[in-house]
Design a binder for this molecule. Structure first.
Ligand code: IPE
Ligand code: IPE
Ligand code: MG
Length: 256
C-alpha cells in the first residue's frame, strides 16, 4: 500500500506551502542561443538554478522537490549534447553531494538508470546512500525517466510480485499500481512548475499529476530564482483544490 493518500481515492491535506513541488526545468537551450552561446552553456547555467531552487525550497519548508533532468525521449538529441548532459550530472554529483548532506537533504534518483555509464550509476548509488538518513527535504532527480516507462515498470513489478493477478485482472486496484511506481514512497506533487514557455507534460509524472496544480512560466530555467519560485507559490495559494467536489462542499468543511 502507498504511504500517502491518493488524490483520486482520498482527499489529501492541503496547505499554504506545497508539500511536493515537481519541476520541468526547460529552456536551457533557448537561454544559451539567445546569448549566442552553445546550447550546452545553458545546461551548465541550469545547474546554478538547481542549487538556488533546492535552497529556496528547503527554506520555504517544501518536503519533496522533484526535478526532471533528462527524459526517456532526450536520447533523441545530438550525441554530443547528451554526452555533455551526462558529464554535468557526474560533475554535479561529485561536487554537490557533500553540501546536500550537510543541509539535511536526501537525494533520490528515479528513472531507468541502467542505461547510464557505470561511473554515473556508481555515483548515484553513493549519493543516495550517503544522504539516505536526511529528512529535511527529499530532492528527487528524474533521469532517463518517462511517465509511460514508470507505468510499464510498475505493471511488470506488480505482476512479478503477485502473478496470480494475471488470471484475475479485475482484482487490480489503483493502489496496487501506485505502490509500484518509481516514487511510491512520496506523496503526489501539489504544485507542478514548467519553465521555458511550453505548456505540456512531456511524459513527466503522468500518474501522479492527476490533481496537481499546474503552473507555467516563460522564464528560461537558467534564470529561475527565488522570486520566480515565490510567484509560483503565490499562484498556488490562490487555487481552490476541489478534488472533484464543489466549492460549497469545501466551504462547508467537507473532508471526504
Ligand atoms: C531543458 O532545457 C534541459 C533538458 C531537457 C535536459 P532544453 O535543453 O530543453 O532547452 P530548450 O527547450 O531547447 O530551450
Ligand atoms: C522536458 O523538456 C524534459 C526535461 C526538462 C528533462 P524537453 O525540452 O525535452 O521537452 P519537449 O521536447 O519540448 O516536449
Ligand atoms: Mg526543451
Amino acid at each position: 500500500m502507498p504511504r500517502f493518500p491518493s488524490s483520486t481515492r482520498e482527499v489529501p491535506a492541503t496547505g499554504g506551502v506545497p508539500r511536493h513541488v515537481a519541476i520541468i526545468m526547460d529552456g536551457n537551450g533557448r537561454w544559451a542561443t539567445s546569448r549566442h552561446l552553445p546550447r550546452v552553456a545553458g545546461h551548465a547555467r541550469g545547474v546554478d538554478a538547481v542549487r538556488r531552487t533546492v535552497e529556496a525550497c528547503a527554506r520555504a519548508g517544501v518536503e519533496y522537490l522533484t526535478l526532471f533532468a533528462f527524459s526517456s525521449e532526450n536520447w533523441r538529441r545530438p550525441a554530443d549534447e547528451v554526452s555533455v548532459l551526462m558529464r554535468l550530472f557526474i560533475t554535479a554529483l561529485e561536487r554537490e553531494v557533500g553540501k546536500l548532506s550537510d543541509n539535511g537533504i536526501r537525494l533520490r534518483v528515479v528513472g531507468d538508470t541502467s542505461r547510464f555509464e557505470p561511473r554515473l550509476q556508481e555515483l548515484i548509488g553513493q549519493a543516495e546512500a550517503r544522504t539516505a538518513a536526511n529528512s529535511r527535504l527529499t530532492l528527487t532527480v528524474a533521469a532517463n525517466y518517462g511517465g509511460r516507462w514508470d507505468l510499464v515498470q510498475a505493471t511488470r513489478a506488480l505482476l512479478a510480485a503477485r502473478p496470480e493477478l494475471a488470471a484475475e485482472p479485475s482484482r487490480i486496484a489503483e493502489d496496487d499500481i501506485a505502490a509500484h511506481l518509481a516514487m511510491a514512497w512520496a506523496p503526489e506533487p501539489d504544485l507542478f512548475i514548467r519553465t521555458g514557455g511550453e505548456q505540456r507534460i512531456s511524459n513527466f509524472l503522468l500518474w501522479q499529476l492527476a490533481y496537481t496544480e499546474l503552473y507555467f512560466t516563460d522564464t528560461w530555467w537558467p534564470d529561475f530564482d527565488q522570486a520566480e519560485l515565490e510567484r509560483a507559490f503565490e499562484s498556488f495559494r490562490a487555487r481552490e483544490r476541489r478534488f472533484g467536489r464543489t466549492s460549497a462542499q469545501l466551504a462547508a468543511g467537507a473532508q471526504a
